[in-house]
Design a protein around this ligand. Structure first.
Ligand SMILES: *[C@@H]1O[C@H](CO)[C@@H](O)[C@H](O)[C@H]1NC(C)=O
Ligand SMILES: *[C@@H]1O[C@H](CO)[C@@H](O)[C@H](O)[C@H]1NC(C)=O
Ligand SMILES: *[C@@H]1O[C@H](CO)[C@@H](O)[C@H](O)[C@H]1NC(C)=O
Length: 320
């Protein structure tokens, strides 16, 4: 992982390269409309594929000079409008010492994606405006206390919109067939599912779910297009050759290397997120995981979701 100094050197080095190029700036465009699959409404939450954004709040724009710390080209409200249904981010303690949680990329000095409360407000606005939609939030908890997470939910009213699993299903007892259908979640207005990577305690805050009791993930940190795997890499208590009856999160994003530093590979994103079946493309990875899991992968987590054809892949997964 980059330290601040390393990242500074990298930024300077790439700025230098950029001065030599004619027009090296990206020209991000929004993807075409997402095509929903209506029959999924009466299937379980655990039976569908959703597109997710890795580091959803780390956005590269012309204003931040296409910061290398950014993983997306469009902000969270645009992501949701476009059809993204899982937002991933890291929660950090406020460097200024308040109880406010900041959503940052590794380090708040590198890129501060705003406060958790503002992020949740954006999510709440979308859920209010779209009463049949459902969102999943996935947070890496780098340290803030559980009560500060809960405070942000309480102050935005999202605690009341959150899905709470039955008490008997906590601690790893929630299997795929225990999840409700989308229709159920809409009719009970429990349309937000939140997973925390650490620090959850469902006895105290029942809607902040301990990620590893409900979800397994494939490996990440991929630096070469042929390295994408479907095997459960985390939590480590699952044997990688065994597919547990839990939600699956498929990490599908590529890092670039420069002088030994690692940062998101933006130039290759249109291939990384392509719907085709060549090595390194999202379509190939999703279909492979579907075959390994004998069911749809649940979350496809992407950098630069707007590049390539992520929603075509989602539709392909959900329609068949
Ligand atoms: C996201 O970007 C859009 C379009 O640029 C803008 O209208 C909107 O206010 C932004 N939303 C947030 C939460 O910053
Ligand atoms: C991005 O990935 C592609 C495919 O592996 C590679 O050819 C390219 O050099 C990478 N870009 C950078 C900036 O490393
Ligand atoms: C992907 O983007 C690169 C650089 O922007 C472009 O040269 C290439 O043609 C694009 N590939 C596809 C398949 O769209």
């Amino acid at each position: 992982m980059c330290t601040m100094l390393q990242s500074l050197i990298l930024t300077l080095a790439l700025l230098l390269c950029r001065c030599l190029a004619v027009d090296d700036d990206p020209h991000p465009t929004l993807p075409g409309p997402r095509t929903p699959v209506p029959s999924l409404y009466h299937q379980r939450y655990s039976e569908q594929t959703f597109i997710g954004t890795h580091d959803s709040v780390a956005v590269r724009t012309a204003e931040n000079r296409w910061s290398l710390s950014g993983n997306q080209y469009f902000n969270v409200s645009v992501q949701l409008q476009a059809g993204v249904r899982l937002l991933q981010a890291q929660g950090h303690r406020d460097p200024d010492g308040s109880s406010e949680i900041r959503l940052c990329h590794f380090n708040c000095a590198l890129m501060d994606g705003g406060s958790l409360v503002d992020h949740l407000r954006t999510v709440k606005r979308f859920l209010d405006a779209n009463p049949h939609e459902l969102i999943t939030l996935l947070f890496v908890n780098t340290g803030p206390a559980l009560e500060h997470w809960a405070q942000a939910y309480f102050s935005t009213g999202l605690d009341l919109l959150s899905y709470i699993p039955p008490q008997s299903k906590r601690d790893g007892y929630m299997h795929l067939e225990d999840w409700p259908t989308i229709a159920d979640m809409v009719s009970t207005n429990q349309r937000l599912v939140t997973f925390l990577s650490g620090g959850a305690d469902e006895g105290r805050v029942p809607y902040l779910l301990h990620q590893w009791d409900y979800v397994f993930e494939t490996n990440f940190g991929i630096e070469s297009p042929e390295q994408y795997s479907c095997a459960p890499a985390r939590p480590r208590w699952w044997d990688p050759s065994y597919i547990p009856s839990r939600l699956s999160l498929v990490n599908h994003f590529l890092y670039a290397q420069f002088l030994g530093f690692r940062y998101p590979n933006a130039t290759y994103a249109n291939t990384t997120n392509a719907a085709g079946f060549h090595v390194g493309e999202l379509g190939e990875h999703a279909v492979r995981c579907q075959s390994v899991y004998q069911r749809r992968p649940n979350f496809l987590l992407l950098d630069f979701f707007s590049e390539g054809q992520a929603f075509e892949v989602e539709h392909g997964m959900n329609a068949y």
